[in-house]
Design a protein around this ligand. Sequence first.
Ligand code: MG
Length: 439
Amino acid sequence: MSLFGTNGVRGIANEELTAELALDLGRVIATLKPGKVAVACDTRISSQMLKSAVLAGIMSAGSDAIDLGVAPTPALQFYAKENRIPGVVVTASHNPREYNGIKFVQENGAEFFREMDEESERVYLSKKFRTASWSEVGRLVNDDCIQRYVNAIVETVELSKRYRVVVDCGNGASCFTSPEILRALGCEVYSINAHPDGRFPARNPEPVERELELLKKAVVDFKADFGVAHDGDADRAVFVNEKGEFVSEDAMLALMARYYVEKNNGGIVVTPVSSSRCVEDVVKKAGGEIVYTAVGSPVVAKVMMEKKAIFGGEGNGGLIFPEHLLARDGGMSIAKVLQLIDETEKKLSELIAEIPRYHMIKGKVECRNREKLLSVLRKEFPEANQIDGVRLDFEDGWILIRPSGTEPIARIYAEGRERRRAEELYNEGVRILKRALES
Ligand code: MG
């Protein structure tokens, strides 16, 4: 595929992702799934322009287009699931402000799986869209997906006391949901960067630690129980503990996985091969089973569905609570962290301290021949996990070598109990990769 990446179509707005392309993608989904299609967008400057084009494309194919306005991706997905209709979300998630993206959603609320994106791309390239006659053009319907989404999350959690939480919406779509979820759960809420602004004046949409100094400070100053920050479309949530320290996303994934396995007396947890070993450690110790997938949230959701997993997620703050929605959900992540703190009566820093610590190093090396690298590595390491690239597991760590599908690079991940071991494994990964490229 050339157009669709791991998470739909992405590009710089009005250069790569144009109104024409958005129009055609609206026609694609309405051609594949006639009837009704729901559409929402994030707060980016280009989002309303692209959403309007998607809506027009859907209607031109004879389907009704439901405009849900600005909403988090999981809110659109929850609407799709509840109404059993497909959806489109206009967002570039965590990418910088000049970008935008278009992602398709299934009637069950999950993102399109890879084979569905492949089919979408075939329809797009063929330009064989359904075109309605003048009298059969679809209607434009306005609806809201925020309130039901917020209520559905709030209904799942009951808290025994009032917590104090700082939420950094990053001027993204979570402005409309996360402060509201926290208020409805009885929390004392302090919100920052909580007005929608597609210029993202305060920080980049990606909630990496260095962007969250204000959140860390606010948590300490307000003596909050924790802080939370979202990416642009609020399917991800990252946390800051009560001391103002950033919580590693892998540790949070492990903490929540352990909680779900303990609550269910076992069960399957699904995560990509790039996730920290700490997840596998705690899942197995709690009596659960870990299943690894290729990198990317759609495949995690797909495998969760097939294996009837109780929980899953990625090591970037994307947590999936399948009883609610088969997709990453930043709003639900907040509710579940509150529930966990409430049930255990522990502080977030104490809970995180219970998760084994690993050191991970990530890097990349130039690689122009993806297929050759994969075939050499697969032959050399037949016993390795080959779900996505090649992952070599050792007693005290692992190495993952993954050639990119879209760029001329191969990514190397290495993780060890100690920093030195991680470095050793990383260097070993580079050696293996270079040897394979030269062979
Ligand atoms: Mg996102």
